[in-house]
Design a protein around this ligand. Structure first.
Ligand code: HXC
Length: 258
């Protein structure tokens, strides 16, 4: 289906999803969030896709939820409609890796969107923030929880309470982003990382993502047990035999997702 607020391209097993509301700094309105969810679900189900990259424009990854769309709503409106309640569910449930490639503003829901991805590669122009406090509200798409887990309570609390923005360098230092690259290299770097992932066995990629994400949901002992069971179960696959044989034979592994 044709989308209006996003552009989806699938090439070399990577689905590139570009947020595309240039007049509104890619503000996340309900139409965009609906399309994004649908695109992620389709990519997750598409056998040709092995990794997903979400990006915005040079100016803005996304400047947050659409304030114009929210401004006139009452408590009864947002509670009855469960505003944003399911918006990120397709991303949270996606089994394939999702990389956020962030340039410019990633604010409010935009920062939360970047954080719900599996890792963030940032341009040196990136600015992250949770400025909802300036609008008389607070984060509502996971910001108070995910930012706190990523950068710790002190910095997260300061960001949420003051609404100040963090530049890319500070975001890397704080552990919010995996790395920072010059803006001109952002897409090349993100697509190269995605490409690397597409070359692995899909079985170990899915298990790997599941194990890392488990660390957010459980105790250390349970998480380590879960990891060990996944690790051991991969010995039931041909790709484990192939990967280890290829290393010993000093050749490239030919993974077949079996
Ligand atoms: C709707 C937005 C928008 C937003 C920008 N625009 N952000 N529209 N919702 N979140 C629109 C502006 O109204 C303007 O439209 C156009 O995009 C360009 O923005 P400017 O402000 O003119 O650009 P600039 O001066 O460069 O400033 C960029 C900016 C600023 C720093 C990103 O726009 C800004 O502060 N935006 C709001 C950031 C924010 O508060 N985000 C949190 C939203 S709440 P016009 O038509 O005037 O040209 C949120 C809650 C999430 O995310 C969880 C909910 C449950």
């Amino acid at each position: 289906m044709a989308f209006k607020s996003i552009i989806v391209e699938i090439e070399d097993h990577v689905a590139l999803i570009r947020l595309n509301r240039p007049d509104a700094m890619n503000a996340l309105n309900s139409a965009l969030l609906g399309e994004l969810g649908q695109a992620v679900r389709e990519a997750d189900q598409n056998e040709k896709v092995r990794c997903i990259v979400i990006t915005g424009s040079e100016k803005a990854f996304a400047a947050g939820a659409d304030i114009k769309e929210m401004a006139e709503k009452s408590f009864v409106d947002v509670y009855s409609d469960n505003l944003f309640g399911d918006s990120f569910t397709p991303l949270e449930q996606c089994r394939k890796p999702i990389i956020a490639a962030v340039a410019g503003y990633a604010l409010g829901g935009g920062c939360e969107l970047a954080m719900v991805c599996d890792f963030i590669i940032a341009a040196d122009t990136a600015k992250f923030g949770q400025p909802e406090i300036n609008l008389g509200v607070i984060a509502g798409l996971g910001g108070t929880q995910r930012l706190t887990r990523l950068v710790g309570k002190s910095k997260s609390m300061e960001m949420h309470l003051t609404g100040r923005f963090m530049d890319a360098e500070e975001a890397e230092r704080a552990g919010l982003v995996s790395r920072v690259v010059p803006a001109k290299k952002l897409m090349e770097t993100a697509m190269a990382a995605a490409q690397k992932i597409t070359e692995k066995s899909q079985l170990s990629v899915v298990a790997c993502k599941e194990a890392v994400n488990r660390s957010y949901e459980t105790t250390l002992a349970e998480g380590i047990l879960h990891e060990r069971r996944l690790f051991q179960s991969l010995f039931a696959t041909n790709d484990q035999s192939e990967g280890m044989a290829a290393f010993l034979e000093k050749r490239e592994a030919q993974f077949r997702d079996r």
